[in-house]
Design a protein around this ligand. Structure first.
Ligand SMILES: NC(=O)c1ccc[n+]([C@@H]2O[C@H](COP(=O)([O-])OP(=O)(O)OC[C@H]3O[C@@H](n4cnc5c(N)ncnc54)[C@H](OP(=O)(O)O)[C@@H]3O)[C@@H](O)[C@H]2O)c1
Length: 235
């Protein structure tokens, strides 16, 4: 049976690589709705994927800021009305601005929570209220959510909340047959990692396609045998 996926933060990094694997290497997924903000990079990523698409498969780009709750709800409703049921959701969009505790601006803390925590919650709630039945929700947290890191307070706190929220979702949605997986990557060579560790050599750490491969396996039929509340993926 053909499945539809929605991936947030699909313009680059782990989200783009996940979209690529879903649409090119997953037997079941035929449609991927891609959420990211408007940018030339996003347009280029979509064009590149579209050039490779096998017959009968499609990607649907949606330009939306996951941190803008009103716009996000609208975009989710619109996507549902256009493509129908979202079977697999990957809440991947992430934001961080690492600064020492004394310098954290409340507005920036709120933005971190909006993008990393309230965004994923809003996508799930809006779809459920629309009548959506998920097979699988993958929430991307971080190893920084398991142990708080110096200088990363807002980011660590938001990711810790994602881990806990995923446990609650997992318990609450199991009656619908929905699997909820929380996946916590360790350091991965992406733009976000560059913000967290500007001096690190990206070639020495895990690549986004490695994490995407794990997400694709979780999303394949064999994925239902992987039973873990918080899957840690790291070198
Ligand atoms: N890289 C690591 O070491 C690492 C480790 C643990 C967890 N993670 C998590 O993995 C996820 C993916 O990050 P990544 O490492 O692949 O980083 P990335 O390459 O920088 O990608 C981040 C993605 O999130 C999107 N995004 C950010 N703010 C957004 C917003 N307000 N609205 C919509 N989209 C937004 C970006 O899209 P636009 O900017 O184009 O909108 C981009 O597609 C994040 O949740 C991150 O916290 C990463």
């Amino acid at each position: 049976m053909s499945k539809t996926a929605l991936v947030t933060g699909a313009s680059r990094g782990i989200g783009l690589e996940t979209t690529r694997r879903f649409i090119l290497n997953n037997d079941q997924i035929t449609t991927v709705v891609m959420f990211a903000r408007d940018s030339e990079d996003f347009d280029a990523a979509v064009a590149e994927l579209e050039a490779e698409l096998p017959i009968g498969r499609r990607v649907i780009p949606v330009k939306v800021d996951v941190g803008d709750r009103g716009a996000l709800k609208k975009a989710v409703k619109h996507a549902y009305d256009e493509v129908g049921n979202i079977d697999i959701l990957v809440n991947n969009a992430g934001y961080t601005n690492p600064v020492p505790l004394q310098q954290i601006k409340m507005a920036d803390f709120e933005k971190t929570m909006n993008v990393n925590l309230y965004g994923p919650f809003t996508v799930v709630k809006t779809l459920l209220n629309r009548g959506n039945r998920f097979d699988l929700i993958v929430n991307i947290a971080s190893t920084a959510g398991i142990n708080g890191r110096s200088g990363w307070l807002a980011y660590s706190a938001s990711k810790a909340a994602v881990i806990n929220m995923s446990q609650a979702m997992r318990e609450e949605l199991s009656i619908y047959g929905t699997r909820v997986v929380c996946l916590s990557p360790g350091r991965t060579a992406t733009a976000l990692r560059k913000t967290l560790a500007p001096d690190e050599d990206p070639s020495t750490i895990m690549q986004p396609e490695h994490v995407a491969q794990v997400i694709n396996t979780i999303s394949s039929p064999v994925g239902r045998f992987i039973d873990s509340e918080n899957i840690v993926v790291r070198q």
